[in-house]
Design a protein around this ligand. Structure first.
Ligand code: MSP
Length: 516
């Protein structure tokens, strides 16, 4: 890979920037496992890139303006800002509980965001793409978006299944229609702009249907970023929200930082916000004279009982409810491994127990405990060195290549599937060689050393998904430091476990759970 040195000093000079974002979450709703799904995925990818030595900037935050929040706050007798303060804190706490390593947490009510939005919009206006006009349309407050008759022939929101409201306003409009051809050209020149390809086609479909100008200000509410050239208006929530990604990268405040981060930004989003991120946002950036994001990665929904979680359906599951039963790392592992990026995935408690028992209790937990037990009995608790020509060395190399490729593409389920292949093959290797037999065989030390080396590599490769578990494995096999301080790809090369280290058995990492 370009510019990767072996020494950390040489490395520091050439670290490549890596910028990943979650959507910012609305503050009318408490954090649930759907929000956590996006956040945990981005967190694991950010952790992977830190292992590569990249200069990572991982952003999440809260989306606090708009009619939806204003109404939700009024309903409980709070000001919108009071409501935003409370809910935003709940997101911060939820992410702390899930060991999320975000480098920044942006709130759209912050002054830095107001500065950036006003500067961004000012540029688009100076470039002639914002004009005053009047509009009447059918609006869904939950989506904070207008629908045309073709999109909602029955007057109901196609996502929320609730009646649309008729809104008429004189507003400033962004001339989105002018960007149809530039967007099509951009998609053509950047085939990986939106992933997976099914979602890219969906976004292209929106553009080819024809783009209408968008109303980007409101006079009907005051909970928003003020329009600097007309104090009767505030900016429409989506228009301010998308700019958060630029704000946090230093737009309007730190041009050097912005120039470094912007060309590499990658957004991770759920499928219902494709139009905003893959049509509006690149057009807004073009209108401001900036480049569209590098990539947008779209995932499906996590369904509960076949439906998307939502406040109105009362089918929320808070991450803490599952963490109480499974623990943080198994929680993270489950959603990374079991719900493949791109598709919808139905959450089931039974499925989660099953995955836990198979992958964590049986495969990983068992590998560590059987190796530690035999090393305790046969080698006096001192781990032997691996053999340089172990058959597992080739497996480890192939697994590393597959895992690295999947993390790079932001497909964590495949990266973990690959990593678990190495665990399974190692368990099979132990079963064939039976180092626990009463009669010591000449190969026992090498077999145990090989398994310890696998545990070292697995601790590194699994650390983006299960950071605390990886540290625990690392320390039980006697290694100094921590897996997240290792540098890839060098640290994944076979032979890094030196032997002669104390191996500790300890309690089972993942006690089996009852299926019911
Ligand atoms: N505030 C906007 C995003 C603005 S980004 C500039 C928003 N907020 S949201 O809170 O409704 O959703 C945020 C993200 O959480 C979206 O990507 C959405 O897809 C994701 N999820 C919300 N519920 C979800 C599931 N049930 N399953 C998976 N992801 C879900 O949209």
């Amino acid at each position: 890979m370009q510019g990767r040195g072996t020494g950390s000093v040489a490395w520091a000079a050439v670290a490549r920037p890596f910028y990943i974002t979650t959507p910012i979450y609305y503050v009318n709703d408490a954090p649930h496992i759907g929000h956590a799904y996006t956040t945990v995925n981005c967190d694991a990818v950010a952790r992977w890139h830190r292992l590569l030595g990249d200069d990572v900037f991982f952003l999440t935050g809260t989306d606090e303006h708009g009619l939806k929040i204003q109404r939700a706050a009024e309903a409980v007798g709070l000001t919108p800002l009071e409501m935003a303060d409370r809910t935003s804190e709940r997101f911060v706490e939820a992410w702390r509980e899930l060991d999320i390593s975000n480098d920044d947490f942006i709130r759209t009510s912050e002054p830095r965001h107001y500065t950036a939005v006003q500067e961004f919009l000012g540029r688009i206006r100076d470039n002639g793409h914002i004009e005053l006009d009047s509009y009447e349309g059918m609006y869904c407050v939950s989506c904070e978006d207008y629908y045309t008759e073709a999109q909602a022939p029955d007057g109901m929101c196609p996502i929320h299944h609730r009646p649309l409201e008729t809104l008429a306003e004189e507003n400033y409009f962004f001339r989105l229609s002018r960007f149809e051809q530039p967007l099509l050209d951009w998609y053509e020149a950047h085939p990986d702009f939106v992933q997976p390809v099914t979602k890219r086609n969906e976004a292209l479909g929106f553009i080819k249907q024809g783009l209408q100008d968008i109303s980007i200000t409101r006079t009907s509410i005051d909970w928003g970023v003020p329009v600097p050239w007309d104090d009767r208006h505030v900016f429409y929530v989506w228009y301010d929200a998308l700019i958060n990604y630029a704000t946090a990268a230093g737009f309007g405040t730190d041009p050097e930082r912005f120039e470094r981060l912007w060309p590499v930004v990658q957004h991770v989003i759920g499928k219902e916000i494709i139009r905003f991120h893959c049509v509006w946002w690149p057009a807004m950036l073009m209108a401001a004279g900036l480049e569209p994001p590098k990539e947008v990665h779209v995932h499906g929904w996590l369904l509960v009982g076949g439906e998307k979680m939502s406040k109105t359906k009362l089918n929320h599951i808070a991450p803490s409810e599952l963490v109480a039963d499974f623990g943080v790392d198994p929680y993270r592992y489950h959603f990374l491994r079991d719900v493949a990026f791109g598709n919808d995935g139905d959450f089931s408690y039974e499925g989660m127990v099953q995955r836990y028992n198979t992958d964590l209790a049986n495969n990983l937990g068992n590998l560590l405990s059987r190796v530690a037990t035999v090393v305790g009995k046969k080698s006096g608790g001192v781990g032997p060195a691996p053999s340089p020509d172990s058959p597992l060395a080739a497996v480890a190399a192939a697994v590393y290549a597959d895992a690295a490729d999947a993390w790079e593409r932001i497909v964590p389920s495949e990266a973990l599937e690959a990593t678990w292949r190495l665990i399974r093959e190692t368990n099979a290797h132990l079963e064939v060689n039976e180092p626990w037999k009463a009669e010591p065989g000449p190969e026992d030390d090498a077999v145990l050393g090989d398994a310890l080396e696998v545990l070292r590599i697995v601790a590194i490769l699994a650390s983006p998904a299960m950071p605390a578990t990886a540290r625990e494995i690392w320390s039980r096999i006697g290694l100094p430091g921590a897996p997240e301080d290792q540098r890839l790809p060098e640290a994944a090369v076979w032979g890094g476990y030196p032997g002669g280290l104390p191996v500790e058995k300890g309690d089972p990492l993942f006690p089996r759970m009852n299926p019911s």
